[in-house]
Design a protein around this ligand. Structure first.
Ligand SMILES: [Mg+2]
Length: 174
């Protein structure tokens, strides 16, 4: 078991990539300014970096879990080219209003519920008190709160500058 470290939880759409609704291909994937730099920076600081993303487009039949995985593999390769990595991407494919039967249900993983964050903190040794989430919706912040970590609402701009501010607000300094 590795040593416990703080974790940065990132929502995907609207935080890592521009939210263009149900993004599932690299053609539709536009990196948010500073996103790669933030991930690299927290890697270098020795933090875990987790992505927690609702992907109801899978339940709704807009794209498959395999298409999402291919996109995530590409994302990871792009990050790798800059020396950055995500420790694990958690996604929730479920939604009550889906059309694909096996994904059509409520889930404790779907934000604002905290299942994905709690799983990350079970799968990895996380120093919860120092950890925080960056999301672009209230549901992200609600999930963080329910998991017992702080949440910061990102409304656009440069993610690296925003993360610096959040870190300072967490009392982590530079
Ligand atoms: Mg989002």
């Amino acid at each position: 078991m590795p040593a416990a470290r703080p974790a940065l939880f990132l929502d995907r759409d609207g935080v890592i990539n521009v939210d263009q609704s149900y993004v599932f291909s690299r053609e539709g994937f536009e990196w948010v300014d500073g996103a790669k730099a933030v991930i690299r920076r927290f890697n270098d600081m020795g933090w875990w970096v987790f992505v927690v993303t609702n992907q109801s487009g899978i339940a709704r039949g807009y794209y498959t879990e395999e298409q999402m995985q291919a996109l995530h593999d590409w994302m990871s390769a792009e990050l790798g080219a800059t020396g950055a990595h995500i420790d694990r991407i958690y996604h929730c494919p479920f939604h009550e209003d889906g059309v694909i039967p096996r994904y059509t249900r409520d889930s404790y993983d779907r934000k604002p519920k905290p299942g994905m964050l709690i799983r990350a903190m079970t799968d990895f040794p996380v120093i919860k008190e120092r950890s925080f989430l960056i999301g672009d919706k209230q549901a992200d912040l609600d999930a963080a709160k329910a998991a017992g970590v702080r949440g910061f609402l990102f409304t656009g701009g440069d993610l690296a500058a925003f993360a610096d501010w959040a870190l300072a607000d967490m009392g982590e300094g530079r």
